[in-house]
Each structure stands twice: as C-alpha cells, then as structure tokens.
Design a protein around this ligand. Sequence first.
Ligand code: SF4
Ligand code: SF4
Length: 356
Amino acid sequence: MALSFYCYASFKTRLQVTAQLNHGNNKGLEKVKNLVTKTGVPSITTSPHESLQRGNWVKLICGASFEDVVDIRNLSLVYTLAGVDCIDCAADASVVSAVNEGIEAAIGIVPVRRPWVMISVNDDEDLHFRKAEFDPNDCPPDCSRPCEIVCPANAISLENTSSLVKGGVVTERCYGCGRCFPVCPYDRIRTNTYVRDATATAELLKRDDVDAVEIHTSGRRTAMFEELWNGLGDSVSYLRLVAVSLPDIGEPTISLMNTMYSIMEPNLRCFNLWQLDGRPMSGDIGRGATREAIAFAVRLAAAKDKPHGFLQLAGGTNAHTVQGLRAERLFQTTTISSTSLILPLPFLLIFLPVLI
Ligand code: SF4
Ligand code: SF4
C-alpha cells in the first residue's frame, strides 16, 4: 500500500496563517517573501498526476463549506509554496478565484509548480454542506456562550454586528462541523443544509483554473448521484481528476462504489479517486475517531472486487491512524513498487493530517 499525506489545515493553522499574512500594508506578504528567500521552498519535481501514481500526493482541504476568501487566499499561497498537489475548496466562484489568487501570489514569489484546484459538491444532504444559524437576540443574556468557545472556526461572534453575521454565525467561516449544536443549553442553534446546484457547478468546472471535482454522496441513493453526474454533462471532460467522497455503509459499500463507477465510466476521461470518509470531520475529536477510518481501509483492502480508482482515507484520520493501520498491516512508507500491497490500479493512498 502506498502512503501519501493529506494536509488538513486546522483552524489554528488558518488563524496563524491569516494573522501573519493579513496585514493591510502587505507586511505579511513581505515576511513570506523574506522567509522564502532565506529558506527556499521544497523542490517538487513531480506533477500532481505523477504524485497520485507514486502515492505521495498531498491535498489541502479548505472545506466544502468554508468560504472566507481572505483565509482561503492566504492558505492557498502558503500551501502552494509548501508544494501541495491539490487544493480542495467550496464550489463557489469567489472561493475558486481566491484559491487561484493565492496560487498566483505564490508563483509570483518563486516559480513553484501549480497545484490542481478541486471543487467540492454534493448530490444530497451531507454534513459537509450545512451551516449553523441562530438569532442572538433569542439567547438568554446570562448564557455562558459555550457555542462561541467550542467553535473551531471562530465562526460564532455574538458581539460582532457586521453584515457578515447572520444569526450570530459568520456564515462564510462556518463549515458545518456541528460542534456547537449539542452544547447549546437552550437548543437555539439550527442547521441550514444545502445542495450545490449542478448547472452552476458545471460552469465552474469549465473554468481554466479548475482541474478537479469531488462529489460527496451518501452512497445510499445512487439515483441522486446519477442525477448530479448527468447534470454535470460534458463539463467533466475538462477535468484531470474526479473524486467521490462517501461513508462506509457496511456490506453494500463496495458494490455501491462499483455501481457509481459504472455510472461515471461512459463520460470519465480522467483519473478517479474514492475518498473514504470513515467518520466525517471528526479526526480532531479524539483518538477513537480514527477507528471508522481504519475499518473502511480494512474493508477496501479485503474486497475482492475493488472499485477502479485511487483510494484515499479521509474522515476520522488523525495522529493515531498510522498506528491503527500498522496493527492491520495496512501501512507502509514505500511508494509504488513490486512489493506494494495494492498495485496500480487501484492504489490505496492513506491521507493523514499534517499540521504546519
Ligand atoms: S457548525 Fe457551529 S461550531 Fe462548527 S463551524 Fe459552524 S458555527 Fe462553528
Ligand atoms: S449557547 Fe445557545 S443560547 Fe448560548 S449564546 Fe450560544 S446559541 Fe445562544
């Protein structure tokens, strides 16, 4: 099994990057330039395509619902300099532009390789595509505001009265993690779920600065997946990679993946990748969150009829994932070789959180 790394930019990292770069007088950018001059940047000689094949592909996940364009531009700049292969972001025109602005700013500092830009969409309700909402006027004045404390994205600001704030939540920053819902003692927080529009997504996919799409699906209703796939039409022919993110639904998972591949295959002109979402958006909750991610890897490794495409572990991965994979004899640090447990195609890429 080949090992790769996926960069999940934690919100602590995001705040640090933004704090460093977001000075109105460009001091932050000058700092980055000076640092790059002093230390250089990693020398990446492989294309994103080659990284996928070698098993050392690195993807930055900005978040399917995260839309703070300043943070996103800054993160894209820093991670492009760090040599990521792909930057995954929300399927929103201004977010895509912010990612590309960050990439161009990085290339302007030093000639680095351009990462692929991936946009994330959904075929049905999905945890990655929701926002928290509440009316701060309904909150008892003596509430100790646990929602504000628990939010990892600094998306809840009861003091803030700017136009960005809707119902106490800065919608651009909320990525739907759900941490705030159970902590509200007065049950004031609502969920606003949404599904990205297929026609608008198709238009985005035709942009020169978009290279890949990630479709989030529950896997339970392949009719919804098929409807979205058909709705994307010939826009998928412009792509370099199509990723499908899905949870482990037990025994039927593998056959469902094969069914979805058969839906995509007639129009698929590029590589495909399966993002195995063991326990969505939970890696930072605690050690146990990685169990589902490892169980998903075990299921795929044992499957006789593996679906075509690269495999990537995602939801539930954390610092304990490697240990769990070792215990299952599913971890190795070598890239593709004759001794790889899973040979091309498919490769099994294990993506782990790397915080910078
Ligand atoms: S769901 Fe709640 S805790 Fe999570 S990012 Fe949104 S506001 Fe913050
Ligand atoms: S925890 Fe609930 S009641 Fe308290 S401030 Fe947050 S949303 Fe309002």
